[in-house]
Design a protein around this ligand. Sequence first.
Ligand SMILES: CC(C)(COP(=O)(O)OP(=O)(O)OC[C@H]1O[C@@H](n2cnc3c(N)ncnc32)[C@H](O)[C@@H]1OP(=O)(O)O)[C@@H](O)C(=O)NCCC(=O)NCCS
Length: 191
Amino acid sequence: MVDPLPHGGMIRKIWIGEAELYRDHLLRLDAVSRRSRFGGAVSDEFVDGYADLALGIGAVIHGFFLAGALRGAAELKPIGPPLGREAEAAFSIEKPWQSHGVGSALLERTLLAARNRGIKFLHMACLADNKRMLDLARKFDAELSFDFASVVGEVTAPRPTPLSLLREILADGHGFATAMFDVQARLLRPV
Ligand SMILES: CC(C)(COP(=O)(O)OP(=O)(O)OC[C@H]1O[C@@H](n2cnc3c(N)ncnc32)[C@H](O)[C@@H]1OP(=O)(O)O)[C@@H](O)C(=O)NCCC(=O)NCCS
């Protein structure tokens, strides 16, 4: 179980139509965090365009909200061929909220979403030289076994179960029909 969130904070998915929230959050990252998040220095214009694209079809983004503001986010983005079983995960926590357990909570929810979508291999963006991200990933070694040299994690038991689906549905806090729509048909394909 991960650390509790900072008081008053909550995690929920970010939906299409909330790109502005995501963009503003990414633009608020300090220079070091922005570099770590994107694997290099990127301009405001790049971040601006990125937020719109990121919320495209197939990506699941969980956000950490405090007093209505988005202060952290975790992206789960399918990569490779359609219906492939690989995805990339990337995390961004604004500086004042780092080291308060937010990354851990976001990774837990991202792993649940990956499992429910049959993702077997998770590429952790910028993991190789990011000690914090490495330490964070290591906390989840029961659910994500890592070949740290290749920065690709293997999701343990990458199959949805009634319980794992229920956990995501309850966490989303909305109805079953909506959740099934979100989880998509690919969930039901044979693994
Ligand atoms: C890397 C990042 C996602 C971690 O999230 P976080 O909310 O700061 O991490 P947590 O508070 O959940 O801590 C997770 C673990 O990381 C390690 N950690 C966290 N802060 C640390 C610090 N200041 N120094 C060393 N280790 C640290 C600890 O091992 C910690 O485990 P513990 O709480 O049991 O001690 C966050 O710091 C961040 O967004 N950084 C900038 C962008 C980035 O690097 N993204 C990752 C690449 S895409």
